[in-house]
Design a binder for this molecule. Structure first.
Ligand code: SF4
Ligand code: SF4
Length: 104
């Protein structure tokens, strides 16, 4: 019998401490800001041009497939509680090992 799909809210063993915070998207804006998104020609580490000041998507119904495919997971529990978008972007990039790439 194959293993059940891992709970996407369970952090990797090597990543601690874990914030047992929230299992749902709270529109913190981190995943719309930190990663580069080719479909939107969005570079690493800057908010998407479609993200409004309240961290909501202004083109939500027309957002590209890559955005539709993105599901909340354990990373949300680490980034979303941080008080500023800048801090959330930094943490997201740190978790994915992309801080160095941003500096180049
Ligand atoms: S990082 Fe997670 S909580 Fe924040 S906007 Fe993206 S899916 Fe939602
Ligand atoms: S298009 Fe909308 S959902 Fe996609 S990254 Fe931009 S703000 Fe986020």
């Amino acid at each position: 019998m194959s293993n059940p799909r891992p709970d996407p809210f369970t952090a990797p063993l090597e990543y601690a401490p874990r914030s047992a915070w929230n299992r749902e998207c709270t529109a913190c804006g981190a995943c719309c800001s930190a990663p580069d998104i080719t479909a939107l020609e969005k570079p690493l580490g800057v908010p998407c041009v479609h993200l409004d000041a309240g961290c909501l998507c202004q083109i939500y119904l027309q957002r590209p497939q890559v955005c539709r495919n993105y599901d909340p997971d354990w990373v949300c529990g680490e980034v979303a509680p941080l008080p500023t978008l800048e801090g959330r972007i930094g943490k997201f990039l740190e978790i994915y090992g992309l801080l160095e790439e941003l500096r180049h």
